[in-house]
Write a protein that binds this ligand. Structure first.
Ligand SMILES: [Zn+2]
Length: 459
């Protein structure tokens, strides 16, 4: 490895942490019920960092919501490959503030100096600094011989990326590239460099059943009239076999099974039931739905259905009442190969067919996201995998992810079948989206070095 480069990254760490901390200080929560001034402030702060890094053609790409995505570029030569670098500058709300051990919007080092606490440290402000640091490093060592780099830092990823498709469509020529690095995922474990090659998709429906005009005295009226609470529970119970296997006909049509290579890679990760239970806080009495060797498959490569909310009357006013309505929001996670719109339609039809006794059933759907699967045969995957292995001094793992990033599929739809490299600095302890979010600094350093080595490899 390039020892000088390694030393430079190490020597610059204080400056990288400083810059990251200045972004963490801005509470750029992109949810509508929070003050959107801060999202604009963080867009300005990113723009300023772009200017300081010498990027050109800096501009805001602004969707209908008004939350700016920040663009900038550092072009070298038309003969060199062009890499589009994605991260996002908005964050999740702090959630339950009293559970934070430090101030959520004040980046704070842990006592051992290994983790940096604060909202957005891992998800995803570290991604912004990683891209900028790698740019500075490759320009310092390779001058104009490095790849062309285009930066796209989104402003509303956490609130659903509603305007991102529009941005990609309107600016497809500006953003044109040979590959994308999406630095918004993470490593399988601390010190284990990982490239995510599959994501699950998602969708959700809300169901409301109604049988009477108003709630009734259960003593005076129950018996002849169907109870909507029980009816809704039966409908939900019919969706799976009780072990999570979905019973909706044709729901899994098109499912792409993992390749032998992927299975081997999953196996090499050494996931055990103990680690999984521990990371997820599963109660000791609770049994898992699958055996140990199927945990990752069930999470990454199979669909699942989750009741995310349910309401029949409410706990505070629970009395002897025959309720007039019952509500549930049902979320689905889709495995690679499945289609979000098709599966949502199948779910809606299946629920409607189950409704008995002429009960009124209203179903509303939400915009879904398709699953994502990438072909890793492109040489860029090999180069990234080698760069990460060198930086981390540990073999790179190809992993899956049970969650969804709509952007990955949007990049695919915009640019066709180019390599989309999903990297990032989350780890199982980082608690992204929860309280006490943190970034593991040794991997922050290795991640920057890996991306710089990747750019050098393209030079
Ligand atoms: Zn993120």
């Amino acid at each position: 490895m390039d020892q000088q480069l390694k030393k430079t990254v190490h020597d610059n760490m204080a400056s990288y942490i400083d810059r990251l901390s200045s972004l963490v200080r801005i509470p750029s929560i992109s949810f509508d019920n929070f003050d959107q001034k801060y999202v604009l402030d963080s867009a300005e702060a990113v723009k300023k960092m772009f200017e300081e890094a010498g990027l050109k053609n800096i501009q805001f790409l602004t969707p209908e919501s008004g939350r700016h995505t920040v663009y900038g570029e550092s072009l070298t030569s038309p003969d060199k490959p062009t890499i589009l670098l994605y991260a996002h500058h908005d964050v999740q709300p702090p959630m339950r503030e009293h559970l934070w051990n430090t101030k959520p919007f004040e980046a704070t080092l842990s006592a051992d100096g290994e983790r940096l606490y604060g909202r957005g440290t891992a998800d995803d402000k570290a991604g912004i600094i990683t891209h900028l640091a790698a740019l500075e490093l490759v320009r310092a060592s390779k001058k104009d011989q490095g790849p062309n780099l285009k930066f796209i830092i989104e402003g509303e990823e956490e609130s659903g990326s509603a305007g991102f498709a529009q941005i990609l469509k309107e600016h497809a020529a500006l953003l044109k590239c040979d590959a994308v690095i999406v630095a918004d995922l993470g490593n399988f474990a601390r010190g284990t460099p990982s490239i995510t090659t599959t994501l699950r998709g998602m969708s959700a429906v809300s169901v409301e059943l109604k049988a009477t005009k108003a709630p009734l005295h259960s003593g005076s009226w129950s018996g002849p009239i169907p109870d909507v609470g029980q009816v809704l529970c039966r409908i939900i119970a019919n969706l799976t076999d009780g072990k999570g296997n979905i019973l909706i006909p044709h729901f899994e049509d098109g499912l792409v099974p993992p390749t032998a290579e992927e299975l081997a890679s999953y196996k090499s990760l050494g996931m055990t039931e103990e680690i999984f239970r521990n990371d997820g806080g599963v109660l000791s009495e609770t049994k898992l739905l699958v055996p140990e060797d199927e945990i990752l498959l069930a999470n990454w490569r199979r669909p699942s259905i989750t009741v995310t909310a349910m309401e029949v009357g409410n706990r505070k006013n629970a009395g002897n009442v025959l309720q007039d309505s019952a509500y549930a929001r049902i979320g689905i996670r889709l495995a690679p190969g499945m289609d979000a719109d098709r599966c949502t339609d199948l779910l809606v039809d299946f629920i409607k067919q189950q409704v008995p006794f002429g009960i009124t059933c209203e179903i509303t759907t939400e915009d879904g996201a398709n699953p994502f699967v990438t072909d890793t045969s492109h040489p860029f995957f090999k180069l990234m995998s080698e760069s990460m292995a060198t930086a981390y001094e540990s073999p790179t793992k190809f992993i899956g992810c049970g969650a969804s990033i709509p952007g990955a599929e949007l990049f695919r739809n915009t640019f066709g079948n180019i390599p989309i490299l999903l990297t990032g600095l989350e780890d199982p302890e980082c608690n992204a989206h929860g309280e006490n979010e943190s970034l593991y600094l040794p991997d922050f350093e290795r991640g920057i070095l890996a991306e710089a080595l990747f750019f050098e490899g393209l030079s």
